[in-house]
Design a protein. Structure first.
Length: 358
């Protein structure tokens, strides 16, 4: 790649950042203005429409299903229905926090938060996981109590409960898939966690329906608390999974897929066989997530006789390539002079050989 092409790549990266910023909220003042973070319009309007609609729909559905499931519980007195209804309380709390998380995650970076506000999405997933575990504990206690002190189910109302739970199952399944797909497409852990939770809720509704159906057909009352325990165990698994993902993000655990992609890009520029712009080597590669945003920094070694502006242009070109590959985020390269006296890459990059001992 020639200097002209490198300058073009550098200009393209700058132009892309400027054009993107024009569609977003005004750039943050001070040091935060340097960072290439995707930000949206001010107030709640800065949440992308697709995400706002998905989160709003999830909250409205959670409120509706909460009422439906408690109606089913009061009609039947079923421990399994009670367990499912408890999870609906979690759905409402989680959906409310998800709306706030999306609002905060899309706010522009500022002087106090130069890396943006994306980590709130990890907190949202952790909050949802913790609430799910709490619901699982309460449901398990209720089921154990039903074993020790069998409840008198209202058999004449079981058909109503089956109808209500069947409707809740369909709503949770359809909405959960929608949120999961939207979250993956938008790279939003908040929406993805909410979608997984709703799909889990749909599965627990299946267990509840099976338990009620067994009681209705056979009269065997213990099928109800058994179904409640199955629900509690299943939702606790989902809670632990969400807590694990939240912990990984908050503790900056290295993403293996990102690591592989980044090394593939950087390795492709090394040596005579690599693509332009050539570099001698790289080291100190680090990367982390701030919600959906990627932050990458690394050091590249270039021939020591290069001018500063040439090294900067090459660094900008590689930074731009990485940002395009990862999506939303920022890559920063630190340029260092190559110190290897017989570096084959220096020759490939057009540098003069460095005499031994220099």
């Amino acid at each position: 790649m020639t200097i002209t092409n490198l300058a073009s790549a550098h200009a393209l990266r700058s132009k892309a950042g400027e054009g993107h910023a024009q569609d977003q909220a005004p750039a943050a003042k001070g040091p935060a203005a340097r960072y290439n973070i995707a930000v949206m319009r001010k107030s709640f309007g800065h949440i992308p429409g697709e995400e706002a609609r998905a989160a709003g729909l999830a909250l409205a559905a959670a409120l509706l299903l909460l009422a439906v499931k408690f109606v089913a519980y009061f009609l039947t007195g079923s421990a399994a229905v009670f367990s499912d209804a408890l999870e609906s309380i979690v759905n409402v709390a989680a959906a409310s926090f998800a709306v706030y998380s999306l609002y905060l995650a899309h706010r522009p970076a500022d002087d106090e938060h130069p890396y943006g506000h994306g980590k709130i999405e990890f907190l949202s997933a952790g909050f949802e996981g913790g609430m799910i575990l709490l619901a699982a504990v309460v449901a398990a206690v209720k089921a154990a109590d039903a074993f020790l002190h069998p409840l008198q189910l209202h058999h004449e109302r079981l058909d109503w409960a089956l109808g209500l739970m069947g409707g809740a199952l369909i709503v949770n399944g359809v909405l959960g898939l929608h949120l999961l797909r939207t979250g993956r497409r938008r790279r939003s852990l908040t929406l993805e966690a909410d979608g997984r939770h709703l799909l889990t809720d749909a599965v627990t509704s299946v267990a509840t329906i099976v338990g009620i159906s067994v009681v209705r057909l056979t009269g065997w009352g213990y099928a109800d608390p058994i179904a409640a325990l199955v629900v509690a165990l299943y939702i606790s698994r989902t809670g632990f999974q969400l807590l694990s993902r939240a912990e990984a993000g908050l503790m900056d655990r290295q993403d293996r897929e990102d690591e592989q992609l980044l090394r593939q890009i950087l390795d492709s520029h090394i040596g005579a066989a690599g693509k332009e712009p050539h570099i001698c080597s790289y080291h100190k590669l680090r990367h982390r997530h701030s919600g959906r945003y990627h932050w990458v920094d690394f050091h590249i070694m270039v021939p020591r006789d290069w001018r500063i502006d040439r090294g900067h242009q090459i660094a900008s070109a590689i930074e731009y390539e990485i940002e395009q590959a990862l999506g939303e985020g920022n890559a920063t390269a630190h340029v260092e002079p190559c110190v290897q006296p017989d570096c084959p890459s220096c020759g490939a990059a057009g540098a003069q050989p460095v005499p031994a001992g220099k």
